[in-house]
Design a protein around this ligand. Sequence first.
Ligand code: ZN
Ligand code: MN
Length: 470
Amino acid sequence: MEYEAIIGLEIHVQSKTESKMFCSCSTEFGAPPNSQVCPVCLGLPGALPVLNEKVVEQAVKAALVLNCDVLKVSSFDKKIYFYPDLPKGYQISQYYQPLAKSGYVDIKVKNKRRRVRIRHLHMEEDVGKLIHQKGMSLVDFNRASLPLIEIVAEPDIRSSEEAGEFLMCLRSNLRYAGVSECNMEEGSLRCDANVSLRPLGTRKLYTKTEVKNMNSFKHVMKAIEYEIKRQKRSVKKGEAAVLHTRCWDPERGVTVPMRGKAPAPCISHSDLGPVILDEEFIASLRSQLPELPLDRSERFIQQYGIPASDASILTSSKELADYYEECVKLYKKPKVIANWIMSDLLRELKEKDIGIRECKVSPEHLAEMITLIDKGSISGKMAKDVFVEMFETGEKASQIVKEKGLAQISDKEALVKIVDKTLQENPKVVEDYKKGKEKALGYLVGQVMKETKGRANPKLVNKLLEKKLK
Ligand code: ZN
Ligand code: MN
């Protein structure tokens, strides 16, 4: 029998705000443990939470870029459970009336467009962080009550590949909108996967498992693949499946069973009134949203005539796409710019492990360098070295060329002398050429280039040599 996988993802993203969700404590990452706490986020008796408006703005933006309907009225609840990282004994979340519903993300896998629906999106607070060391368990409440956005997708995903693509699209939309850094390694994006199987073509569903503890897209995909294989084996063996949570072990590449899960009871939070949004508030946030990656990529293909694969790389982040468009304004050959960015610029950024924002090569400088190639002042090959120098120093190409004496020799008279000398020194090669050995010409060009330390204009050298040999 053939089976298909039914996969639903639940994503938590930490939204970017200056202060926590219900108090004025800082959200800055990396501060000493328990230095960013107050009676509110520690849940001390008598403290009252006050909702941070910025948190609502960010969540509404997230809902809009994920094509959700934002509800005019939503409310907060207490999700009650006991755990040492949860100082109040409950988490403030939106259970009964979430902020937004019925969204979707369109993805493209193997050139097929698929829609993954979003069931709902809500705001909730984060918990503290437990640190286990030297036989002790310590707790840091700096993270307690940081704002989170929880996104629950419908089980529309059928493979690990689709899951990976969905997460990429979701992340780039949220990053474009400035909602979150969405950095899995730092925990600002966390993902759990619900995986189950069903016989292909039926509606029957086998019991699902929930997989947690995946801290990169690669791990999410690997864990899903593992879980599909594991479930197929156990279905074939006729094992009785139980609903349970599993934990991804990245070292061993397997999922292992975790604690059984009892649903936490939720009651309405009586200290926090409903969140009531008016049309104007939502419209003003909508107007602040940038053009989203998929739209921008399609526009790049149309407007600049570049291949789809280039457009998708260039729009992978808003900053990179902005950089590209700045360059194109200054130099009107979009494909040439795309090539320089995708090969040389991205390579250097990756090597130095920095983002485009810290890049010392401004769009003006890149455009100027390419113009120097067009003018014949430097060859395309020399430009590669000049570019590396520009990247290091932030200097203009013309400056570097001048300082290092790199200018290409396009002076005919100067080159004729070197060509003559080369011909005199290589009588045998000249003979070979005359006997019809085409390759000999290439050798002679090479000798001239060597003599000029690569600075001779190769096209001109070719022309001069051919002329002399005839
Ligand atoms: Zn606080
Ligand atoms: Mn949650």
